[in-house]
Design a protein. Structure first.
Length: 396
């Protein structure tokens, strides 16, 4: 059945145009909803890995000023109506609880009525306040940050070690996140998230409402309902797409030119380095979403790539602002101390030496090491019975 709309994302903006929240909140809510609806059913072949269009979107705006919660709820309700079997988690959760909920299977009925078991770990994590996702317990927040970092790549299998139940294997991962917070509440992001998780998040910084409208007139209300019906219908069709999405030769050329440019970009603000290091994949993810927003062909055209690039380049300064707001002196000191100890030992030393020098708890050292490994600064290896660390790129 043919679609009702020419461009799902553009139509979503039209649908929400009378709402007071800034347009950027609505477009990124739409991106997150579109991303979640796909549930790992198509990907872009990057030769050495498969790139799925899952996104982690975090809207940062002062409470009550931007109407962000209502804007996000509009998208969530539309997603549930269009794709009722999308797995949504909201409210307070722990890393362990998230893993348990993702560890599930379903029976898929194929030809001849035969059922096959399909392991499915897709999840749409929705938090209209970031604190409900991370909480205020530092260790739990650190574990959640590391979990979200590790599953972001939507791997085929993710082994998760639990305290009392051994190893759980999650299969066919596809996590998406839509969350929001007041700038003052960014402190709930753990220090260990700075290099790992923050480089994977799309930060949307929004200000005041775009307009003030106490009432929606009757004619516009009817028009809005009709457009919503079409959005639900088309999102349902999009959710059924599957296979490999292919870029055209022109799309490849446009991306190659930009890729070379972005890799040569001089980083004046090191705070954006984690995001910049992954922004090429983010641009491709957005291009994939733009493509399926407009067509069922699973083809990435040059203008889709150009759109993804344009979105990413607007995100770079916003990423720098948010990372600045979340910067932690304690984390920076611990990181600097760790690297200083390594350098004093020629760039290579044991965990015992690190533990003695830093005088931190085991969990704090584990979180710090995970961050340094994620950012590519430190490498870890087991030598006999000793766990050893070295500065990346240096031989012991």
């Amino acid at each position: 059945m043919a679609r009702l709309l020419e461009d799902w994302l553009q139509s979503y903006l039209e649908f929400t145009s009378a709402h007071e929240a800034p347009e950027k909140i609505h477009i990124w809510t739409a991106m997150a909803v579109l991303s979640a609806s796909i549930r790992r059913q198509f990907y872009l072949d990057r030769v050495f890995y498969r790139l799925y269009p899952n996104l982690y979107v975090l809207i940062v705006a002062e409470s009550a000023r931007a109407r962000k919660s209502i804007a996000m709820e509009i998208g969530l309700k539309l997603l549930k109506d269009a794709v009722p079997d999308v797995f949504v988690m909201r409210g307070r959760m722990t890393p362990e609880g998230l893993v348990k909920c993702m560890n599930r299977s379903k029976t898929v009925i194929g030809e001849g009525g035969r059922g096959t078991i399909y392991e499915d770990s897709h999840v749409f994590i929705y938090a209209d306040e970031l604190a409900t996702l991370f909480g205020f317990d530092r260790q739990s927040a650190s574990r959640m940050a590391m979990l979200l970092t590790e599953i972001y790549g939507s791997g085929d299998v993710y082994p998760h070690t639990t305290a009392g139940e051994g190893v759980w294997e999650l299969h066919n991962l596809y996590p998406t996140v839509l969350a929001a917070t007041d700038p003052r509440n960014l402190k709930v992001l753990p220090e260990e998230a700075i290099a790992g998780l923050l480089g994977r998040i799309v930060f949307i910084v929004a200000g005041d409402r775009r307009h003030s409208d106490a009432w929606l007139d009757g004619a516009r209300k009817k028009e809005t309902r009709e457009l919503r019906t079409a959005l639900v219908s088309d999102l349902q069709k999009i959710s059924l797409l599957s296979g490999v999405i292919e870029p055209t030769e022109e799309a490849r050329r446009v991306f190659s030119v930009w890729y070379d440019t972005i890799n040569q970009k001089k980083i004046e603000d090191e705070r954006i380095e984690p995001f910049l290091a992954r922004c090429h994949d983010t641009a491709l993810k957005i291009a994939m979403l733009i493509s399926v927003s407009r067509s069922d062909k699973l083809k990435i055209e040059a203008d889709h790539i150009a759109g993804g690039i344009a979105f990413v380049e607007k995100l770079l300064p916003e990423s720098a602002r948010v990372v600045h707001w979340t910067a932690s002196t304690v984390f920076a000191q611990n990181r600097a101390h760790f690297l200083e100890v390594l350098r004093r030992h020629g760039g290579y030393c044991s965990r015992k030496v690190i533990m003695k020098a830093l005088m931190l708890s085991t969990s704090d050292v584990d979180a710090l090491v995970s961050t340094l490994i994620q950012e590519g600064t430190v490498e870890e290896r087991l030598v006999g019975r000793d766990l050893m660390y070295r500065l990346a790129g240096e031989e012991p």
